[in-house]
Design a protein around this ligand. Structure first.
Ligand code: GMT
Length: 386
């Protein structure tokens, strides 16, 4: 183990994959002896409020003086980052999601001690959606170019960042990861009977129900599968497209087949109920939820969007089809759900791939390597074998 670092982490602390990745990474780094300082406007939901060794939380207070039409959150964040960096003598700031975090980190760096480094992790829509906005594009490009290191969660996102922003600098690939102590197949026999009869299959979708997730495709796929195999659909999460989806389900007469669980904390437990996860997204830089499912032995049927093909191996750990091709997705689901031997094989392949390719120890070590590189220090710890 090399000498511990002092790392400031900024992310969106509420629900969302980038916040999950940032918080879980911070917890793992703290376990490995680094001093972690979360600098956010609320306690990250995955952190909890219990004392944890090597972790501190610094709350960003926003000044809402009456002359401000919009309270200046970005400036308050940058100022807090600089204060914490100076007070705690941070080695680096690791910011997750380019907007506004990478820009705030740039500003903080100008105000903080001269050795402070900035590592930016791109997660998805910070590039695929926000970098299309002409009012933000130049600023995102600037913040990326000014960071000491930039990482992205899939090769597809690296390619898109280069193309959309005309960026040539190095970008490290750092896939999402799962903590194998939390994500493993749970014993849910007692729970399953609450949702389905023994002869029925469970299809599941978990998301924030934004248009980019194409939740109506989930309903279409389910309806087509249910025509051939008695099934149930379980939705987890909530968001803007929820009313549209509920209306669609009513119109299709599927109400008694569909369960809405809302937001859930015990995702490993919930996912273990499923026979298959549906992820037909329009854009998806990685698809953390498909990895969480994979780690619980549940294959994904999804779209070929973004980084999903880097995660889900077609025919081995799930099936992929072009965005919007619900016929193909349903066909694959029927193929999988009607063949117990195939389902068992895929389950094993899922467990193996999640544990060996996306394991927490490996990806944490990859982030550490990047930290030591930007600090010009030697990495002492060897690559972990997962
Ligand atoms: O980009 C977003 O939609 C938000 C972001 C988040 O905070 O949830 O999600 C992205 O980051 C995750 C963690 O790296 C990825 O697993 C998701 O695929 C990605 N979402 C999209 O690209 C739509």
């Amino acid at each position: 183990m090399s000498e511990g670092l002092k790392i400031g982490i900024t992310c969106y602390p509420s629900l969302g994959g980038s916040g999950v990745v940032a918080t879980e990474l911070g917890k793992l780094l703290a376990e490995r002896g680094h001093q972690i300082h979360f600098i956010t406007h609320n306690i990250p939901f995955r952190l909890g409020s219990k004392f944890q060794k090597n972790i501190q939380y610094h709350e960003v207070d926003v000044n809402d003086y009456y002359v401000f039409r919009y309270p200046p959150y970005d400036l308050s964040l940058a100022s807090k980052m600089a204060q914490v960096a100076n007070l705690q003598q941070l080695d680096l700031l690791h910011v997750h999601y380019a907007v506004p975090h990478a820009v705030c980190a740039y500003l903080a760096k100008q105000m903080a001690h001269p050795d402070l480094k900035v590592v930016t992790t791109l997660h998805g829509t910070d590039i695929t959606v926000l970098a299309q906005d002409e009012s933000l594009k130049d600023m995102i490009r600037f913040a990326i170019n000014q960071s000491d290191a930039v990482t992205a969660v899939s090769q597809d996102l690296i390619n898109q960042t280069r193309e959309m922003l005309d960026i040539n600098r190095d970008i490290d690939l750092t896939y999402n990861f799962i903590d194998k102590r939390v994500y493993y197949p749970r014993d849910i026999a007692h729970l399953r009977s609450e949702f389905a009869y023994p002869h029925e299959k469970i299809l599941m979708h978990i998301s924030n129900f934004r248009p980019v997730k194409r939740v109506s495709d989930v309903v279409e796929v389910f309806a087509k599968v249910h025509e051939q195999i008695p099934s149930r659909l379980v939705f987890v999460g909530e968001g803007p497209d929820m009313p549209k989806v509920q209306c669609m389900i009513r119109n299709m007469g599927l109400e008694d087949r569909v369960h809405f669980l809302g937001k859930q904390d015990e995702i490993a437990q919930v996912i273990s109920l499923a026979d298959v996860l549906l992820l037909p997204s329009e854009k998806e830089s990685f698809g953390l939820v498909a990895l969480e499912a994979m780690a619980c032995g549940v294959p994904t049927i999804g779209s070929e969007a973004g980084g999903i093909p880097e995660l889900v191996t077609h025919g081995e750990t799930g099936y992929l089809a072009p965005v919007g091709d619900t016929d193909k997705m349903a066909e694959h689901a029927v193929q999988l759900l009607s063949n117990d031997q195939l389902a068992a094989q895929m389950r094993e392949a899922c467990l193996h791939r999640a544990r060996h390719v996306f394991c927490n120890d490996l990806i944490t070590w990859e982030y550490e390597k990047i930290y030591y590189r930007v600090l010009n220090r030697e990495v002492m710890n060897a690559k972990p074998s997962c």
